[in-house]
Design a protein. Structure first.
Length: 149
C-alpha cells in the first residue's frame, strides 16, 4: 500500500508491505527501511542492510528481542485460530525457538515457537480451544538473557 508522508516539509511516497506487521517494512525511493512505531511518540527508522532468505530448517541465530522488555513474559497468539497441539506444560524449561504449540487457521497448521528461553509458568490454552489474535498463550516465570527473533 502506498502512502504520502511529509518529513521536515518534504513529501515522500512510501510503499508499505504490511502495515499490521512489526517492524513495518517501507520502501522509499527504492531503499528498504524497517520502521517500529512506538506508543504515540516518535518513530524509530533504520535502513535495512539486505534482504535475507528464510530457511525454516536452519536453526536461527539467537538475539535480544525488543518484545521481551516491552511485552514482559507472556507469549501471545500471532493469529486467530484453534489450538491443535500443546507441547509444553507448567514447570518445563524451553529454549528460544522451540515449538511450544500449534494453531490451525484456515486449514493450515502454524507452529508457534517460544520467543524466550526460560521456565513455563502457566499455559493458558488447551487443545481444541479457539484463540484470538494477541491472546495470551503462555506465561514464563523465569526468563534467560536470550530471546528468539
Amino acid at each position: 500500500m502506498k502512502y504520502k508522508i511529509t518529513v521536515k516539509n518534504q513529501t515522500y511516497e512510501v510503499e508499505v508491505e504490511n502495515i499490521n506487521v512489526r517492524p513495518i517494512v517501507a520502501v522509499v525511493d527504492g531503499e528498504r527501511f524497517e520502521v517500529t512505531p512506538e506508543s504515540g511518540e516518535s518513530k524509530e527508522i533504520r535502513p535495512k542492510a539486505e534482504k535475507k532468505s528464510f530457511n525454516p530448517n536452519q536453526p536461527s541465530a539467537v538475539s535480544p528481542s525488543p518484545s521481551a522488555a516491552a511485552g514482559g513474559n507472556i507469549l501471545t497468539s500471532p493469529l486467530p485460530g484453534t489450538v491443535v497441539n500443546v507441547f509444553v506444560k507448567a514447570g518445563e524449561k524451553v529454549e528460544a525457538g522451540q515449538v511450544v504449540l500449534v494453531i490451525e487457521a484456515m486449514k493450515m497448521k502454524n507452529s508457534i515457537r517460544s520467543l524466550f528461553s526460560g521456565t513455563i509458568g502457566e499455559v493458558y490454552v488447551e487443545t481444541g480451544q479457539s484463540v484470538a489474535h494477541k491472546q495470551a498463550l503462555i506465561k514464563f516465570t523465569d526468563l534467560s538473557e536470550t530471546a528468539w527473533m
